[in-house]
Design a protein around this ligand. Structure first.
Ligand SMILES: NC(=O)c1ccc[n+]([C@@H]2O[C@H](COP(=O)([O-])OP(=O)(O)OC[C@H]3O[C@@H](n4cnc5c(N)ncnc54)[C@H](OP(=O)(O)O)[C@@H]3O)[C@@H](O)[C@H]2O)c1
Length: 281
């Protein structure tokens, strides 16, 4: 699907690199099909040397050479970058934005023209090709465009289609979720230390327990409640631990955390949209 496409990345930071790595690692395209830009010359040099892709400090050059343009700069400079390349953007190119909180209509407003746009909310785990990315298509994006975006983001984990109006919820769950899980792993490791394990051993056990439980659920396709029932024997240790977790309100706390992060995403998104669409007259 990406065989004859030139793919450009504006911004070759953490996310840009993770996607370049995923595409090449999955043999979805060849290094000569990828071009990226960045303001940091040492960053470009490192990416060029490591992946054999093209790199330039000129954003416009990337857009001109690309069929698919991935906007991978920070949301705060999105307006500046889109305005800079706007003249070279048109409906022949697919534009994929991964900027958190930047709505599709704000990007169109910055470019001051209609574009084939797709917005994606990935999470940091794309850096180890186990990310989850939610893909929302704009009004001019075709089915084929959406499938191309899916191919790109499946190369760094799992992706799914979603309506743009739900991207704040995605930010609250999977976008912010790695932070919650890091905290849970850290807390489990503390618990291990409390009951006599070394810190190192406790961290290995905690992290692999999270990894293994997630993998088991995904591979078996079973509901987590059913798997939980499978590992709780009558009068046993797991049910005693679960009882304590429920007393501590772990389920309610996680629901509250996702809800509050979703609300925060809405507030930040509104501020961002205001900033992006506030053109000087
Ligand atoms: N990281 C995550 O977990 C995550 C998750 C979901 C979505 N996202 C989104 O992904 C996007 C990229 O995030 P990131 O973590 O990859 O950020 P990053 O590591 O800071 O990468 C952005 C790169 O763009 C460069 N840059 C700055 N100004 C530029 C310009 N005018 N033209 C071209 N390049 C420029 C930056 O250089 P300087 O460092 O010198 O500014 C940096 O190297 C953001 O919009 C973010 O919201 C990130």
């Amino acid at each position: 699907m990406l065989r004859n496409k030139q793919i450009g990345f504006l911004g070759a930071g953490n996310m840009g690199e993770a996607l370049i790595h995923g595409l090449l690692h999955g043999h979805l395209c060849r290094p000569e099909q990828i071009i990226c830009s960045d303001v940091r010359s040492e960053r470009l040099k490192a990416i060029r040397e490591q992946y054999g892709v093209k790199g330039t400090s000129h954003n416009v050059e990337v857009v001109k050479q690309s069929d698919i343009v991935v906007l991978a700069v920070k949301p705060q400079i999105m307006k500046q970058v889109v305005e800079e390349v706007a003249k070279s953007l048109d409906l022949s190119k697919l534009i994929i934005s991964i900027a958190a909180g930047v709505p599709l209509d704000a990007i169109e407003a910055c470019a001051r023209k209609e574009l084939k746009l797709i917005r994606v909310m990935p999470n940091i785990c794309v850096s180890v090709r186990e990310g989850v990315s939610a893909i929302a298509g704009g009004k001019h994006a075709t089915k084929e465009d959406l499938m191309m975006a899916k191919t790109i983001f499946d190369s760094v984990g799992k992706s799914l289609f979603i309506d743009e109006s739900l991207l704040d919820a995605v930010t609250g769950l999977s976008g912010s979720g790695p932070a919650y899980i890091f905290l849970i792993i850290d807390a489990l490791a503390d618990a291990g230390v409390k009951v006599g394990l070394s810190r190192d051993d406790a961290l290995v056990m905690a992290s692999h327990t999270v990894l293994g439980a997630a993998k088991m659920m995904i591979e078996t396709g079973e509901h987590p409640g059913k798997l939980k029932d499978m590992v709780t024997s009558p009068g046993g240790t797991a049910i005693a631990g679960l009882h304590t977790l429920e007393q501590g309100g772990v389920r309610t706390t996680l629901i509250n955390a996702v809800e509050v992060a979703t609300e925060r995403s809405k507030v930040l998104g509104a501020m961002m949209k205001n900033n992006l669409t506030n053109h000087e007259k």
